[in-house]
Ligand binder design. Structure first.
Ligand code: GLN
Length: 495
């Protein structure tokens, strides 16, 4: 029999229901792995006692014959979701010691589906970053090569899955933070359409972009989690009011005209020419082409499309996201949450010292940029222009979707880079977001699916972008690929 950490969510669920092992055995096994892998920096907090108590409860329910698909599955959550039973930091010193009085909706829903959490996962401070090196509590390391970054901002979430510490995790994606770390660590992740998952209790970075999503080892496991996480929430004004969805059933549903050998027959995959520029690393290009060739074998046809404003997505995002962040982060003032400076002369001095001490350099940089672009005289020149371009970027996707069903390309221009390489030059890191930002600005669903290996044996992800509410189609496409190939089953050496 496979070892318990080698199984994904679907397989573990079957084993639990068949009583092949108990949730308690599974939890003990994974907790031992978490303890033994602390040098990876994936976890910021581990709650062994709490997890074992929940596992015992799941075992009682399983013994009583309950059979829901996620009952007894141990997870861990990005530390940007507030949780009542564990501390929440958002990777920031300003929230050190903070305890939320409630659970984020996504966490509450996953708990209600029978999962429980081993702990909280490392991330870039307030989800700002692409390498997990902006965490106030130290970096996370890529298990494929510990001298490289795992991507970010959901770096801890990606590492925990890739290193087989938990079968699946939650992440959040504002401009790529689920897709890019999934690509860098060889796992599968999906960011649904903006509004599909509730943002309630997900500490806000850029509210018009932030979305929750699952990170796991397969499209199937992502589908199981997303079904539980998503759905209307009256406590989030941007939550979409639509009936609960069974993404697993959507993933399995055969396409019209499909055959067993050609499950993707008739699917038109659009390749934006701007997603394959000369500057794309050759190794990423060849892995992505290898994945596309497999999709063709499964019956899909490849068509060229254009997203002419792809390059503009970078300046547009790096105006809008900091603008919203500067507003959202004004609540961390030393009065309501977390850290407060010890010595100050008056109220203004207390605000200043608290924020100077509590926020890291990247967060301060973004607050300054955001405040600048929203200030009188610059609003029209920057923020308003960015909003107009955002609309045009979204329209470009609709043009492209006239000619294809799914858009595909790389997730990132290179494989995971060496630790420390992005630190000196933040603009270099911003430029590497080029392929994930357009979909985020448009609010479209996007996935990263492993399609092989590049430089130094590092994993490469294929990005799939769907039209609004086409998560089922993305998951179906990724699942078909994963049924025919085994890239997603590969684990780093020694794991
Ligand atoms: N890398 C992007 C940024 O730094 C995206 C982060 C995210 O999606 N949370 O803002």
């Amino acid at each position: 029999m496979k070892s318990l950490h080698e199984m994904g969510v679907a397989e573990l669920g079957q084993g639990l229901r068949a009583k092949a092992f108990s949730a308690t055995e599974l939890t003990q096994h994974l907790l031992a792995r978490v303890t033994g892998s602390s040098q990876l920096g994936a976890f910021l907090h581990v709650d062994a006692d709490g997890a074992l108590a929940h596992a015992a409860e799941a075992d009682r329910r399983l013994a009583a014959g309950e059979a829901s698909p996620l009952l007894g599955i141990p997870l861990a959550h990005k530390d940007i979701y507030v949780t009542a039973d564990m501390p929440t930091t958002a990777g920031s010193k300003i929230l050190a010691g903070y305890r939320s009085p409630f659970d984020a909706t996504v966490v509450a829903r996953l708990n209600a589906a029978g999962t429980f959490s081993l702990g909280k996962l490392n991330c870039d401070e307030f989800a700002m970053g692409s390498a997990n090196e902006n965490s106030a509590f130290g970096p996370a390391h890529n298990p494929w090569d510990r001298s490289r970054v795992p991507g970010g901002s959901s770096g801890g979430s990606a590492v925990a899955v890739a290193a087989r510490l938990v079968p699946a995790t939650t992440g959040t994606d504002t401009g790529g933070s689920i897709r890019q770390p999934a690509s860098f660590t060889g796992i599968t992740g999906i960011k649904p359409t903006y509004g599909v998952c509730s943002r309630y209790g997900m500490i806000a970075f850029a509210s018009s972009l932030d979305q929750a999503g699952p990170m796991a080892r397969s499209a199937e496991d992502c589908a199981l989690l997303l079904s539980a996480m998503s759905g209307f929430d009256e406590r989030d004004a941007t939550s979409i009011n639509q009936p609960p969805q069974d993404f697993h059933a959507q993933m399995l549903a055969p396409r019209e005209g499909a055959t067993p050998a050609q499950p993707l027959k008739g699917l038109r995959i659009g390749l934006p020419r701007e997603f394959f520029p000369a500057a794309l690393s050759a190794d990423v290009n060849s892995a992505v082409r290898q994945g596309l060739a497999e999709l063709e074998k499964l019956g899909a046809t490849l068509v060229e499309v254009s997203l002419p404003r792809t390059e503009l997505a970078i300046p547009v995002y790096y105006i809008i996201a900091p603008a919203e962040a500067s507003s959202n982060l004004s609540r961390f003032d030393g009065v309501k949450f977390g850290h407060r400076a010890a010595n100050y002369t008056d109220l203004l001095d207390m605000y200043k010292k608290t924020r100077a001490e509590g926020f890291g350099p990247e967060v301060k940089r973004r607050i300054m940029i955001g405040t600048y672009v929203l200030s009188h005289g610059y609003y029209d020149a920057y923020y308003l222009q960015a909003q107009k371009l955002r609309r045009m970027i979204a329209d470009d996707f609709q043009q492209a979707f006239q000619h294809c069903d799914v858009i595909a390309g790389p997730v990132a221009p290179s494989v995971a880079w060496k630790a420390g390489e992005g630190a000196e030059d933040p603009v270099k890191a911003y430029l590497a977001d080029i392929f994930t930002l357009p979909g985020s600005l448009a609010g479209l669903p996007g996935m990263s699916v492993p399609v092989g290996f590049g430089e130094a044996g590092m994993p490469v992800g294929l990005q799939l972008i769907g039209n609004y509410f086409k998560e089922g189609q993305l998951l179906h496409t990724a699942h078909a690929l994963q049924q025919a190939t085994d890239w997603h089953t590969r684990a780093p050496n020694g794991i």
